[in-house]
Design a binder for this molecule. Structure first.
Ligand code: PLP
Length: 439
């Protein structure tokens, strides 16, 4: 399609002209403009909790658009749709979270969170407390602050000068055991954190930001004890904890928020994606009362977006969250997630190139290796996700560099889970440890 040549596709080289032009969606299925159907095992971009094409949301959006499509939430204005959403959110979020900065997506939420943390300490009379700690292989969005918090060098290449005062620590990617110098991964990460705090000085560090499980980094689930121990160190040193739940929030891992699953109480939680299941762009930085009151006291919080608290986004969020609740989709993330995980383990564990299959609810990572002993990443001679898509019409994604990641809609059926297992295991089963592919 000629029009597509005018689109700049993120992370796609100019000479790649392969295109799938999606035109329609229903449940876990998508159709392209040629009428071919696909099973969406990535949930769009990790967000389609309730699946595609839900009429309830379409109808609610149509009504709201004809009533009030937009009015600002700046200064002393707001709108009734966003105010209706707040009691619903307060019921669902961890009980220590009380206040919200609404945004249009994940990256803006991260910017709001980082600015909140820095501004909080400024208002407390400690403007030098502005360093942000994060981790390598973390992904915190495509804006400058979040980009600097992210831990993929390729994402910042050529974009300098970057925002100062960010430091990246080791991610708790236990399967990559060489990261931890032969030590227990939790002990190593905690010691490294303590050492960084000593080097930078606790009076210079505003916050630690981390995804409860690393999404783009390969759906890396943390080892037992990692988050509670890390939180205890931060509390001892008076450093805020920001958890980036842009991927993991709203049921993805089988609890409303993944910080609940890992037993921590972040000061600020960022969300997006699952808050509307993608029906409208929306995100939020959500925080404790004392932080919110500190940053809005005096001249008010200096961060706002035109579309903060957008009535249509708020409407989509309200209907989406009631569907997640009424259909028991958070519980379903556990049951169907366990079902899909059992199928993947049975079909994949004994294959020569499969190092680890891991999951939390409906977030999956399958780590492919050259050698199960050394755990070195596989160097595939064909693109794995493309093979799965072309032959089986199942959409998955590969990251970092050969981890298959999946996050299907939470409404996935058992038959659809079986189809994912068949597609992934057939293609992965054709790889030899040297990366060659025998069809
Ligand atoms: N944070 C995490 C953990 C993400 O995975 C993403 C996007 O995938 C973002 C932030 C950025 O969100 P957005 O693409 O909506 O700006």
């Amino acid at each position: 399609m000629e029009a597509d040549t005018h689109l700049i596709h993120p992370h796609l080289p100019l000479d790649n002209t392969r295109r799938f032009i999606m035109d329609k969606g229903e449940g876990c299925l998508l159709w392209d403009t040629n009428g071919n159907d696909y099973l969406d095992a990535t949930g769009g971009l990790w967000l389609a909790q309730i699946g595609h094409g839900r009429r309830e949301i379409g109808e609610a959006l149509s009504k709201q658009a004809s009533r009030l499509e937009y009015f600002t939430s700046f200064w002393d204005f707001t709108n009734s749709s966003i105010l209706k959403l707040i009691p619903t959110l307060l019921e669902l979020v961890p009980s220590h979270i009380t206040d919200f900065v609404f945004t249009s997506g994940g990256s803006e939420s991260i910017e709001a969170a980082i600015k909140t943390a820095r501004y909080y300490w400024y208002k407390k009379g400690q403007p030098e407390k502005n360093w942000i700690l994060s981790r390598r292989n973390a992904y915190h969005g495509a804006a400058y602050g979040g980009g600097c918090a992210s831990g993929f060098e390729a994402d910042n290449f050529g974009l300098g000068p970057l925002v100062p005062h960010f430091r990246h620590l080791t991610p708790p990617h236990t399967y990559r055991s060489w990261l931890f110098d032969g030590q227990d991964p939790v002990d190593f990460c905690i010691a490294e954190l303590e050492q960084s705090i000593e080097e930078i000085g606790e009076d210079n560090i505003a916050a630690f930001i981390g995804e409860p499980l690393l999404g783009v980094g390969g759906m890396v689930t943390p080892p037992e004890g990692y988050w509670p121990k890390l939180e205890a160190v931060l509390r001892r040193h008076n450093i805020l904890l920001i958890q980036d739940e842009v991927v993991t929030g709203f049921g993805r891992t089988g609890s409303w928020f993944t910080c609940q699953r890992y037993g921590v109480q972040p000061d600020i939680i960022t969300v997006a994606k699952g808050i509307t299941s993608g029906y409208m762009p929306m995100g939020a930085a959500m925080m404790r009362k004392e932080i919110a009151d500190t940053v809005r006291e005096g001249i008010g919080f200096p961060v706002g977006y035109t579309y903060s608290g957008h009535p249509l986004a708020a409407t989509a969020a309200a209907v989406n969250l009631s569907i997640i609740k009424d259909e028991g989709l958070v519980e379903r993330a556990n049951t169907i997630g366990d079902y899909l995980a059992a199928g993947l383990h049975a079909a994949l564990d004994d294959l020569p190139v499969v190092g680890e299959v891991r999951h939390a609810g409906m977030a999956f990572g399958i780590e492919l290796v050259k050698d199960k002993q050394t755990r070195e990443p596989l160097e595939p001679q064909v693109a794995i996700a493309d093979e799965i898509l072309d032959e089986f019409h199942v959409v998955v994604r590969c990251t970092n560099p050969t981890i298959i990641v999946m996050s299907p809609p939470l409404i996935l059926s058992e038959a659809q889970a079986d189809r994912i297992v068949e597609a992934v295991s057939t293609v992965v089963g054709r790889f030899r440890p040297d990366g060659s592919y025998e069809k």
